[in-house]
Design a binder for this molecule. Sequence first.
Ligand code: ATP
Length: 195
Amino acid sequence: SQRRIGITGGIASGKSTVGSYLAINKGLPILDADLFARDALQPGTPAANAVLKRFKNRIISTNKDRQLIDRHKLGEIIFGDKNERRWIENLIHPIVRKRFSQELNLMQREPIVILIIPLLFEADLTSLCSEIWVISSTRETQMNRLLKRDGLSRNSAENRINAQWPLELKKRLGDTTIENNNELQKLYLEIDKLL
Ligand code: ATP
């Protein structure tokens, strides 16, 4: 039967890094929840229209005469306000879930499929996976990566880390934890063993 490996973990813990390795070095097909969530907010989609209507001028960036969502401004709002985050999650998660089902249907012949889902537990998408790997980093490593990679302020980085379920809880709920605080070679070795 098909192996559907769910990759989750904390923010900036290394999920995309693991996904890239599995795609490029192992040639495995990847389904990425972040891409699906982004697609859901493409201009003209019902979800994009709902977001524009709710947040109006706080997030609108105008390009030619099209109204577009400024993803950075939207991020600042939803990671600073729990109610708004809940609202947008309720809007987006069902769309993402449906997209996963559609894509998995097209991949039934693949022996292994990788599903990268940052909010796997929060959005209750565990039933899509046959096994779950939790990618874990210390809070300090997460923080350093967020400051460096995303140029976030310490406060914004804290907000984003705190917006997710605690990593300790995710580690208990997953099937395996991969600790990612060291060199990439160590991470890759660990992945090879699990595969
Ligand atoms: P997000 O939750 O924000 O989507 P993520 O979990 O996908 O993040 P990555 O983007 O894979 O995390 O990693 C975060 C940053 O840390 C990236 O810039 C990545 O290159 C770097 N990184 C990840 N793992 C390592 C490592 N073992 N050594 C050095 N840098 C790393």
